[in-house]
Design a protein around this ligand. Structure first.
Ligand code: KG4
Ligand code: ZN
Length: 338
């Protein structure tokens, strides 16, 4: 079975072709980040319009790379949520209509399920069950994963997502957009121990996160110290270390609580090298296996949607002929594959 995947939930247009026997045949990605950079964050209306402009040419490009014609596609998977409604509707309309015109089934994919399954695209794919730390621009959550579609959310953020905290902190430090990679770059020449930062919500039990206080703490530090030498890099490094330590403490708790032996890290913040290093070290120390997607599949992409959609379509799941977008869609509402 060969599946075309379409991702348009935020500011990346992604398309991919995944084949059950051949694996990932091709993927194409176009990022709108340079357009939104001018505004310091994603402008939803501009995002929708740019997906309209880019999706069909990208789809043709991807099929050509995969050496695959439209007629050779057995099913279409598109991100139906969560995300920006206008942006989602572009992928959903194109995906659903294409499937109808080709006479093949279409499946609506949950964006976070795409992230969660992305490490399974790698050669050293983890086995089920595992605990997943999903850290993106819109979500931060710990999920107990028994198999595809069987997800128990163990904890979520009470306010900002980890990626959102990176983005907002980068903005207040004058580091531009997208904030995560910019802050990580600035932190490379910084001393993470020069200023002290809290490790939020680690002094009480539970697996919830909260990052907005950390952002306020950083703002206050910056206001007091911005004229001092190397303050920007040192504050960036201290902030990054605080996020990494906090995520690590919560992962350790989740691993203990679920008695899991394997941890998966996915979502945009999973591209953070400091986080990857800290999690790998913890894996060696505590005897967990640790998996991540390759860096380019941490952030939004079509490959993870094609892959998640392939598994659902192969299990016989598909959507009626309705264009469906679900800007809010709890992960644990998903059906399993049986
Ligand atoms: O998964 P993603 O592409 O989109 C959402 O589903 O939200 O994640 C984007 C987020 C952004 O907040 C971005 O700043 C963050 O991931 N990010 C990073 C890094 N690369 C991307 N955060 C920290 N370090 C990075 N290297
Ligand atoms: Zn994402």
């Amino acid at each position: 079975m060969r599946v075309l995947g379409i991702e348009t939930s935020c500011d990346e247009t992604g398309v991919a072709v995944y084949d059950g026997e051949l694996g990932l045949m091709a993927h194409s990605l176009y990022s709108q980040a340079h357009i939104h950079a001018e505004y310091g964050g994603v402008v939803p209306e501009i995002a929708s319009r740019d997906h309209v402009r880019k999706l069909l040419p990208l789809l043709d490009e991807c099929l050509e790379k995969a050496d695959c014609t439209r007629g050779e596609i057995d099913g279409v998977a598109y991100t139906a949520g969560p995300g920006l409604v206008g942006a989602l509707l572009v992928g959903a309309s194109v995906g659903r209509s294409l499937a109808t015109s080709l006479g093949v089934p279409a499946v609506a994919v949950h964006h976070m399920e795409g992230h969660l399954l992305a490490p399974l695209l790698e050669a050293d794919a983890p086995d089920f069950p595992f605990v997943a730390l999903l850290v993106s621009g819109g979500h931060s959550m710990l999920v107990e994963v028994s198999e595809i579609g069987k997800y128990k959310v163990l904890g979520e953020t009470l306010d900002d997502a980890a990626g959102e905290a990176f983005d907002k902190t980068a903005k207040l430090l004058g580091l531009g957009y997208p904030g995560g990679p910019a802050l990580a770059r600035a932190a490379e020449s910084g001393d993470p121990d020069r200023f002290s930062f809290p490790r939020p919500m680690t002094d009480r039990p539970g697996l919830e996160f909260s990052f907005s206080g950390l952002k306020t703490h950083t703002r206050n530090l910056w206001r007091k110290n911005f004229k001092q030498a190397n303050a920007q890099a040192d504050i960036a490094a201290g902030f990054q270390q605080a996020v990494v330590d906090t995520l690590l403490i919560k992962c350790r708790r989740a691993m203990k609580q679920t008695r899991s032996a394997h941890l998966v890290i996915a979502g945009g913040v999973g591209a953070n090298l400091r986080l990857r290093k800290a999690m790998s070290q913890a894996g060696r120390k505590y005897g967990w296996g640790v998996s991540y997607p390759r860096i380019e599949f941490c952030t939004d992409n079509g490959a993870m949607i094609a892959f998640a959609g392939y598994h659902r379509l192969r299990a016989g799941q598909s959507e009626p002929e309705l264009i469906c977008a679900r800007p809010r869609w709890p992960l644990d509402e998903l059906r399993d594959l049986s």
